[in-house]
Design a protein around this ligand. Sequence first.
Ligand code: BG6
Length: 487
Amino acid sequence: MSEIKNLCDIVIFGGHGDLAFRKLMPALYHLCSDGYLDNQTRIFLTTRVDMDNAEHISLVESKLHEFLGEGEFDKEKFEKFKEQLRLIKIDLADEESYEALKNSLDEFPHRDRVNYFSTAPSFFGAICKALSRWELATKESRVVLEKPIGRDLASSQEINIEVLKYFKESQIYRIDHYLGKDTVQNIIALRFSNRIFMPLWDANNIDHVQITVAESVGVEGRGGYYDDYGALRDMIQNHLLQLLCLIAMEPPCSLDADNVRDEKVKVLRSLREMTSQDIAQKTVRAQYEKGSSDGKSVSGYKEIEGLSESNTETFAAIRVDIDNWRWNGVPFYIRSGKRMRKKNSEIVIQFKSVPHSIFANKGRCISQNTLVITLQPNESIRLKLMNKIPGLSENMRLQQVDLELNSPMNIERKPLAYERLLLDVIRSNPTLFMRLDEVEAAWKWADVILDSWAENIPAMKSYSAGTSGPSSAIALIERDGRSWHDE
Ligand code: BG6
């Protein structure tokens, strides 16, 4: 139970959409039930659909049953939570239809307000305009923008310019839910509160870094959206680059939002711009074909209705180089894909070998130290070290063992990423949100690759569903004498 109860009004535009039901409502349910939100906090869900309040409440209840973790739904807690919910019928494109929202919000005109745009970005401008027309773009308001913000630098700038007409940058929270994951925040703790890593965290000691976000699921009914975006826009431009920033950034002078974001943006600006030749050699894009997942046969991406001619990648792997002193010559291999062998998100920091081995077989038995930060499915941090195998053999025999970091606190439930992020918006803490310059720097780097991919360079590869991706992704790293950390 928290000490401080936050009081505000939360409006979710697109309140009956997939994201709202799957992620936002479970997060708000927990925040309310665990006492982080005052019970006078009102949660408005907007929808175009005609529905009365009883139907609305029962819909939310059934969705919570579906999307809360096992055993988390509690009838008594829901009875309280439902009192905080309001249904507002709005056609997002029709300014007049926002009047009901105006009337409800104005019951408490100076209350803090969080406007969550859980809609396609094409609506962001219209929603802002309507909020301004009804004098709802108050100085106490904040807006949360869901990704994707644009498909490239130009379209993302258009969207941001539109929102910035009505809200100041300090009121805009661009969400990347990976930054809300507990283990991702732990990267900051691990790096900046442990002295032992300080002298090791650079090109003198680190051989390379791998970042993998693999999903076993396909596009799950989001084919229409996904086909317009693909793995580079959907995952790499945002989630994977944000993870890369946390690993690569210089120590900020404090955890203040701008200090952290200044350091991240420096990394993004140091990403080496790829030449056409680099893109041909150091990027891989691929689409999954039929195969099997969790023991069941699954169809290929092109078999999804309307996608038979698709040229969209469901897998991408890239060798990224960072042009600065700390990371000179240290490649970051990043990859992400749908319908992979298993759900697995991890960051692997591979240290260099010892300079000289005193052990038998000229050191062939010495594996490099590796720090493995696993985000999914089970969060963990493991440092792989060499250790002697007990026994009397003449030549000392070694084995690699895991030093595992377990959180000493036995907390009942790890907070959801969205829970953390929503609470940060409510508390007006933008540290874990992307500033405009970060989004733009990430697009600037991605655009060059996207342009080349649009010209079919390199050619699209394929992989069977349920595998680790195309063989070219293996070749990408093996060409450099390294291999993916696939346990
Ligand atoms: C979203 C992408 O941002 O992240 C989805 O749009 C993807 O395509 C999802 O499935 C993955 O999130 P998580 O937290 O399940 O790894």
